[in-house]
Design a protein around this ligand. Sequence first.
Ligand SMILES: [Zn+2]
Length: 617
Amino acid sequence: MANIMHALQNSRALEAVLSATAASQRWLATAPSPWSIARLLPGDSSGSPPVFLCPQCQSRLGSGNETYRRFAVCDYCGYHLVWSANARIEQLADRETFRTIGRLIQAVDFLRFVDELPYATRLKLEREKTGLNDAAIIGRCRIGQIDVVLALLDFHFMGGSMGSVVGEQITGAFEYALRHRLPVVTVVNTGGARMQEGTISLMQMPRTAAAVQRFHAAGLFYCSVLASPTTGGVWASFANLGDVILAEPKAIIGFAGPRVAEQVLGQRLPEGSYRSEMLLAAGMIDAIVPREELRPVVSWLLQAALSPASERRKGRPGQSQRAGRSLSTTVTEGLNSAWESVKLARHPNRPTATEYIRYLSPSFLELHGDRCYGDDPTMVTGLGRIDGRVVMFIGEQRRSEDRDGQPLITRPKPEGFRKAIRMMELARQLGCPVITFIDTIGADPGPESERHGIAWSLAHCLATMSDLPVPTIAAIIGEGASGGAVVLALADHVMMLQYAIYEVIAPESAATILYRDVLQTEQIAAQLKLTAADCLDLGIVETIIPEPASGAHSDPEMVMNALKVEVLDTLAELDHWPLKHLLQRRYRKFRGMGRVQRRSLKVIGARLVKLLAASSH
Ligand SMILES: [Zn+2]
């Protein structure tokens, strides 16, 4: 009985989804059409965009509006109009480099499907209206001088819906890219599956996803760009499998699409649901990129994806390590007391991870999200270049601001560490070094974080860092408290600022637990051996970066430059290690961290005698 009820409920839900999908497809058909597609239609030679009313701010847009004319974006409110695939090719590809690939194929009305029109008639009308063969265009081109496969879905052709032809072309695009070892960029603009092809249209989801998986298994790079709208089976298959996912501002993105969801749920949705901004905050996409900036950003990513393998420079073992050692010995003289270090490490004006990252790499491109639950602003991650070389940065951003601009000290959450893990995996795929910045009062201990797997994310951060087949460098720049710090410091080389601290527990907490007296904090700070000099002595860090006596904040430029020199020096040193040896070296280093001594046989013997005597009674 329960099963029957369940089946009935499901079928009702299914009906609701289907009728809602029909409604959304009608809406798709009436979505605003930009001038660019009209310009590409046969017989139109005027070349100037028609006057258009912005659907968002109602401003009149015409040829006098620069952004509207060039990008189909409202000059007044930034509203992104639906744009044709051909216009996007013009924008993204290097001039005259785009060549279509694959066989010339067209859709067949194999179900003899009839809605308001027979599918066969609809296809004919859509072809005439758009000048397109179907909703997808795939080809090979160059973007920023890099060879790439570019695949686009045009919303003007049956709402960019994915039927057999689109599935074939997208699959073909990834197979072609795999054969030629090229990266892929897709730009999708779609309502989802094409109902007129029934369950076969559903089968395009597994078909395309499997092709992307094969492509990924070869270590190739895929950048997915989402335009408004991107919904349904396309978003829930290949478009969601990008190594990096970019979306245009305020784009409607969702598995269901807002209208479908409202119909199924029977209620109005909260403002901003199913928009790119919500998805960014929920950790589902990497970045929101306005259309005007799409070409430079995609081009930057392609450069980053292609270059790391050729950037490993050959050096000589030990060469720069000696320089590092001498740096360490000079700064260990005249260090402050442990408690003074604690105060300097926590100084409110101390430079943060973001400041170091921006200093090292002015072209840093921040990537967001754990693709699972959220985007933690306490963990800043992304790709950058240091001295022209691509690196993945992962940094704990200890200090942020609340809505009123007040400084806020925050703790990284599970989603932050999951984001870090995702970026480490991306670095693994790209083959670029990872540089982490550690500055935290500790991982978030709240019940929400427990529910979302704080310990899982910490453990997996450790596991991932332990065998990451790229050079890894960790820099402890402020407070490195406990588990939330060490999980980013399982690196080939750990450097520490002169007045940073690295601790198993905050001295205040240790004093409360061990002495039940917070007044013992200063004394216990010294005992915990948390200063840079202590950590160097204990073999926990390799080098110390010098700071002015009054702390890094009194001369940030000097400290950042010293850190940059040390990072470059270390990268050069790590480069000469074959990856296999680098991993062995890393394993051995952490394998050896511990202090034990062999128990003397005399003691063990005495114990044994005592035990035997006791058992004989
Ligand atoms: Zn507008």
